[in-house]
Design a protein around this ligand. Structure first.
Ligand SMILES: *[C@@H]1O[C@H](CO)[C@@H](O)[C@H](O)[C@H]1NC(C)=O
Ligand SMILES: *[C@@H]1O[C@H](CO)[C@@H](O)[C@H](O)[C@H]1NC(C)=O
Ligand SMILES: *[C@@H]1O[C@H](CO)[C@@H](O)[C@H](O)[C@H]1NC(C)=O
Ligand SMILES: *[C@@H]1O[C@H](CO)[C@@H](O)[C@H](O)[C@H]1NC(C)=O
Ligand SMILES: *[C@@H]1O[C@H](CO)[C@@H](O)[C@H](O)[C@H]1NC(C)=O
Ligand SMILES: *[C@@H]1O[C@H](CO)[C@@H](O)[C@H](O)[C@H]1NC(C)=O
Ligand SMILES: *[C@@H]1O[C@H](CO)[C@@H](O)[C@H](O)[C@H]1NC(C)=O
Ligand SMILES: *[C@@H]1O[C@H](CO)[C@@H](O)[C@H](O)[C@H]1NC(C)=O
Length: 541
C-alpha cells in the first residue's frame, strides 16, 4: 500500500502545483461554440504510455478546481462527478475529448484536461466561449408622428437574446445616424437571470425635418459570433412627419371667370402643412373680420354685389393669408315694349332692347326664329311687320349666361277693298277679283244684283301679310252689279262693280247655227248615200 500512498501524495502535490502555475493567460486554446450546441473539447495532450487515468475539471473564478469527469485508462470506465450544472450533459470519449451538450453562457469557463501517470500529471487548459446570435432587431414603440423642429422619441430598437454584448446602430435612409446631428440614443441592457442572455434596447430621440418624409429608418444589431463580427438589420420604419403650413392657397369653384349671378360659389382654402389645417378664417370683400369655417366657405345665390376680393388665413397665424378676386358676371336685358302689343297699321312703334352686363355683350334680333340684319324700328307699321320678335344676348365668356325677351306684335287694320275685272279673250266670261287687305283676316262675301243671290262659287288666295283676294268668273247675260263685302272685327267695308252683259252673245248664236247646219248637211248626205246603195242592191238582185 506504500507505493499507492506515496503515489497519491505525489498526485495531490502535482495537482496543487498545476493549479498555481497554469493561470489564465493570452494565447490560450479557445473553443468557440454556439449557444445550445455541443461544446467539444479535445484533451490536446499526447496520451502517455503509462497513463493511469484522465480527468477534466474547471476552475471557479477564485481559481479553485471543480472536477467533473474521470476516465480510468486501465479499467476503461468513465465517471462523472456530481456537479448539478453538468448533470447529464457530459460525455468523455476514449481519447479524453470532453463534450458538453446544450451549451450555456455559464459554460464560459476555463476547462483543464489532466492526464495522470504514476509519476506525473499533464495538464492542458481550454477556454470555452459561447455565442448567442441575437434575434432580428425590431423597431417598437414607434412615434405616431414626428414634428419638425422638435426633439421627439422616434422609437426603440430592440435586440433580444444575445451574448456577448451587442451594439445597436440607427440608420436614416441607409446612412448611419450621426449623434452629432441632434440625435440622442440611449442604450439599455437587460440580462435574463436564467439564461444570461441580453436584451438590448436603444431609444432614438430625433429632431425631424421635412426631408424625412417617406424616408426609411432602420436599426441594426452588431454582435460577435464564433466566426467574428456580424450585423442584422431591422425592417424599415416610416414616420408621418408633421410640419407647419408655410403657404396658404385659395381656390374658387366654379372657376373664377365663369361665375354668374345665381351661382353658388365655394371658396376652398388649403394649407401646405401636414396635417393640413382644418380651420380657416374667410374674409369677405370689405370685411376686416374673418369668418371661422372649415376649409370651405360657400356663398349661395351670389349677386353682382358679391364681386370683390376674398381672402382666407390660418386661424392662429393671420399673416398666413391668400386672396383672390371674384367677378360675378351678370347680364340684364330689357325690351320695351315687350309681350303682346297690338298696333294699328300705319302707326309708329319705337322698340328698344337695352343691355347692361359685366362684359360687352352683343344683341341678336330674331323675327319668327329668323335672324334679323338690324334692330327693328317702325315709323309706319305694315301688316308684314307683325310677328314674334326676340331680343337675345349672351356672354360668351360665361357659359349659361344668356337672356332673351320677346315682343309679339299684332298689326290691325280695317278691311280695304279693291276690285278688278278682266274679260276673257274670247269674251265668253269675265273674271272679277276682290282684293282685300286688313287684319284680323276679313271675311269676304259676294252679292249679285238682280237676283240678289249670294255667290259662293269663289276662289280664294292665301292670306299673306294681311292681304288676299276672292275671285269669281261669271258670264252675265244682262248688266249686273257685283258687290264684295269684307268684314272683320273692326269694320265692314263694301265695294261694288258694274259688269255689262256679254257683248258677243249674238256671235255665239250664229256659230251654233252654222254647226247645226253642217251636222244636218252631213246627215242628209249620208241618207242620200244610203238610199242610192239600197236602190243599187235591189236592182242587182
Ligand atoms: C476522439 O474521439 C472522438 C470520438 O470518440 C472523435 O470524434 C475525435 O476526433 C477524437 N479526437 C482525437 C483528437 O483523436
Ligand atoms: C461596440 O462598440 C464598441 C465601441 O465602439 C466596440 O468596441 C465594440 O467592439 C462594439 N461591439 C460590437 C459587437 O460591435
Ligand atoms: C345653390 O345651393 C342651394 C342650396 O344651398 C341649392 O338649392 C341651389 O340649387 C344651388 N344653386 C345652384 C345654381 O347650384
Ligand atoms: C347684394 O344685393 C342683394 C340684393 O340684390 C342684397 O340682398 C344683399 O344683401 C347684397 N349683399 C351685399 C353684400 O351687399
Ligand atoms: C367693350 O366696350 C367698351 C366700350 O363700351 C370698349 O371700349 C371695349 O373695347 C369693348 N371691349 C370688347 C372686348 O369689345
Ligand atoms: C252655296 O254653297 C252651299 C253649300 O256649299 C249651297 O247649298 C248653296 O246652294 C250655294 N249657293 C249658291 C248661290 O251657289
Ligand atoms: C248695259 O250697259 C251698257 C253700258 O255699259 C248699255 O249700253 C246697255 O244699254 C245696257 N243694257 C241694258 C239691258 O241695260
Ligand atoms: C252702276 O249702275 C247703276 C245703275 O244700274 C248706277 O247707279 C251706278 O252708279 C253704277 N256704278 C258704277 C260704279 O258705275
Amino acid at each position: 500500500m506504500a507505493p499507492t500512498a506515496a503515489h497519491s501524495c505525489r498526485l495531490v502535490v502535482s495537482l496543487l502545483i498545476s493549479a498555481a502555475v497554469l493561470r489564465p493567460g493570452l494565447g490560450l486554446y479557445t473553443v468557440n461554440s454556439v449557444y445550445g450546441d455541443t461544446i467539444v473539447m479535445p484533451c490536446r495532450l499526447e496520451v502517455p504510455q503509462t497513463l493511469m487515468f484522465g480527468k477534466w475539471k474547471y476552475e471557479k473564478p477564485d481559481g479553485s478546481p471543480v472536477f467533473i469527469a474521470f476516465r480510468s485508462s486501465t479499467r476503461k470506465n468513465v465517471q462523472y462527478d456530481e456537479v448539478p450544472e453538468y448533470k447529464d450533459r457530459l460525455s468523455l470519449s476514449e481519447n479524453y475529448t470532453l463534450s458538453i451538450s446544450h451549451a450555456r453562457i455559464s459554460d464560459e469557463k476555463r476547462f483543464v484536461c489532466m492526464l495522470v501517470t504514476e509519476d506525473n500529471v499533464f495538464e492542458a487548459p481550454t477556454v470555452v466561449k459561447v455565442f448567442k446570435q441575437p434575434l432580428k432587431p425590431e423597431i417598437v414603440n414607434k412615434a405616431q408622428f414626428l414634428e419638425t423642429e422638435q426633439l421627439k422619441k422616434l422609437g426603440d430598437c430592440v435586440s433580444k437574446d444575445s451574448y456577448p454584448d451587442v451594439n445597436i446602430t440607427w440608420y436614416r435612409n441607409g446612412r448611419t445616424l450621426d449623434p452629432s446631428e441632434g440625435v440622442i440614443t440611449t442604450l439599455q441592457r437587460q440580462v435574463d437571470p436564467a439564461t444570461q442572455l441580453s436584451t438590448v434596447t436603444s431609444s432614438l430621440v430625433y429632431k425631424t425635418t421635412k426631408n424625412d418624409i417617406k424616408i426609411p429608418f432602420t436599426c441594426s444589431v452588431t454582435y460577435y459570433g464564433p466566426s467574428g463580427q456580424k450585423t442584422i438589420h431591422s425592417d424599415q420604419a416610416f414616420f408621418d412627419i408633421y410640419y407647419p403650413t408655410e403657404k396658404v392657397t385659395i381656390q374658387v369653384l366654379p372657376p373664377k371667370n365663369a361665375i354668374k349671378e345665381g351661382d353658388n360659389i365655394t371658396l376652398k382654402c388649403l394649407g401646405n402643412g401636414n396635417p393640413p389645417p382644418e380651420e380657416f378664417l374667410f374674409y369677405l370683400p370689405g370685411q376686416p373680420e374673418g369668418i371661422r369655417s372649415s376649409n370651405t366657405y360657400i356663398l349661395t345665390d351670389v349677386r353682382r354685389n358679391a364681386t370683390g376680393d376674398y381672402k382666407c388665413s390660418l386661424t392662429d397665424e393671420k399673416s398666413m393669408i391668400a386672396s383672390t378676386t371674384i367677378t360675378v358676371h351678370y347680364l340684364d336685358l330689357s325690351l320695351n315694349p315687350s309681350g303682346e302689343v297690338t298696333k294699328q297699321i300705319g302707326d309708329a312703334l319705337p322698340v328698344t332692347c337695352t343691355i347692361s352686363s359685366s362684359r360687352n355683350a352683343t344683341v341678336v334680333w330674331l323675327k319668327d326664329n329668323t335672324k334679323l340684319r338690324s334692330r327693328p324700328s317702325f315709323s309706319s307699321l305694315q301688316y308684314q311687320d307683325a310677328g314674334n320678335y326676340v331680343c337675345e344676348t349672351n356672354l360668351q365668356e360665361v357659359e349659361g349666361l344668356k337672356k332673351r325677351e320677346s315682343l309679339t306684335l299684332i298689326v290691325e287694320g280695317k278691311p280695304q277693298i279693291k276690285m278688278t275685272k278682266k274679260t276673257d279673250p274670247n269674251g265668253l266670261s269675265k273674271t272679277i277679283t276682290c282684293h282685300v287687305e286688313g287684319f284680323p283676316k276679313p271675311a269676304v262675301q259676294w252679292t249679285i244684283t238682280g237676283s240678289g243671290s249670294v255667290i259662293n262659287q269663289t276662289e280664294e288666295s292665301p292670306y299673306i301679310n294681311g292681304r288676299y283676294y276672292s275671285k269669281i268668273i261669271i258670264s252675265p247675260e244682262e248688266n249686273v252689279t257685283l258687290t264684295c263685302t269684307a268684314e272683320n272685327q273692326l269694320e265692314r267695308t263694301v265695294n261694288s262693280l258694274n259688269v255689262s252683259a256679254n257683248e258677243n252673245k249674238e256671235k255665239v248664236n250664229d256659230q251654233a247655227k252654222l254647226i247645226v247646219g253642217i251636222v244636218v248637211g252631213l246627215l242628209l248626205a249620208a241618207l242620200v248615200a244610203g238610199v242610192v246603195y239600197w236602190l243599187y242592191m235591189k236592182k242587182s238582185k
